[in-house]
Each structure stands twice: as C-alpha cells, then as structure tokens.
Design a protein around this ligand. Sequence first.
Ligand code: SIN
Ligand code: FE2
Length: 213
Amino acid sequence: MLDLFADEHPWLEPLAPGAVILRRFAVDGAGALMTAIEQVASQSPFRQMVTPGGYTMSVAMTNCGQLGWTTNARGYLYSPVDPQTQSPWPAMPEVFRSLCDRASAAAGYPDFTPDACLINRYAPGAKLSLHQDKDEPDLRAPIVSVSLGLPAVFQFGGRKRSDPLTRLMLEHGDVVVWGGESRLFYHGIQPLKPGEHSLTGEFRYNLTFRQAG
Ligand code: SIN
Ligand code: FE2
C-alpha cells in the first residue's frame, strides 16, 4: 500500500518565538536511548530530590554529562559530582549527544554543545510545577527536551508566571527546543496519567540537554 504519510515523520511545529516542537523526532532511536538511560541510572540512580524549601519532588531525577542539576538546602545548582554517590555523574552517552546535535540543528541552533543532561522519570501523578530554566550561566544556549514513553501535558507560557499558557500533549519521541526569545519562558508538566507504554512501562522519561558551564 502507498504510504501517504511517509514524508510526514517527523514534523516540525512552531511553538513560540525561538521555540519549536520536533514531533516524533526521537522515535527511531528510542530503544537505544532507553538502554543508555538504564546504564546511567545503574551508576547514578534515580532519586527524588528535596527542594531548598523542604519539598520532596514527585519527579525522580538523575543526570549525565560533565555537570548535573541538583538541589541542596541553599538552592539549585549544577555540580560535577553526584551528591548521592560522591562520584562524577556518568558520561553523556554517545546516543544522547548525537540525538541532541541533530535536534538542535533541526530547530535552528546548530552550535549547541550541551555539557549537562537532566533525566526526569515521571510515575503516575508526578508533575513539574511551572518554572523557568534559569540556573544556566549562558542563556544564549537553548534547552533541548526529549520525551519518551507515556504522554504528558506540557504547559508553555511566557516570561512572566502569570502569562497565558499553551497546553499541549507531548508524546513518545517528541523533542521540544526553546531558546532565543523564549529561553526563559515558564513551563511545566501536569500530573502524569497512569498508562502502559511498550518501551517505558508505567513511566514517562524526559531528557533535557543544557549548557550549564
Ligand atoms: C523540564 O522542564 O525540565 C522537563 C520538562 C518535561 O518533562 O517535559
Ligand atoms: Fe524546565
């Protein structure tokens, strides 16, 4: 049968000035990405970090790359060492790097070289409240965010917390890239609905690549 949709995968959706969604961009390599996530987590396990205010985050996190995003009693920071293992974070897997290179180029940021990748794991009910990614020193570099597994509702707003929100479903393999004018736009993830995904089981995973150094 003639595949009328063969040329439509993946496809690009503008989101905001400087921001695009590359729909299904990571589907083909998703199995290799999951294997790499498991390897990272075997060295630096997923953990629910505690915010400076004493709140245990519902999303479980780990990192790979030269720097990893973490919390302590004083605030949020990028650290070269995993505070739980007292060892450097695992190296960024080559499959992560190559996907991020291709996605950032497709989104119009060909010079992006991430040195940090935060890996988020959402179980049913886990959410990420509206926030800005503003712990990175050089805001000229974009954020590249890869969704794997169960779908979730992503909220994307503006520079102010009170700006109107766009709500959209992020599905398996979708990549969102935001930089330029929208680099500091508020965003978040609504509570994950229970489900079963053939690759990730009851979870949603998200990789966010950053230049943090
Ligand atoms: C984040 O804002 O760091 C993660 C967003 C997501 O899970 O899609
Ligand atoms: Fe974020």
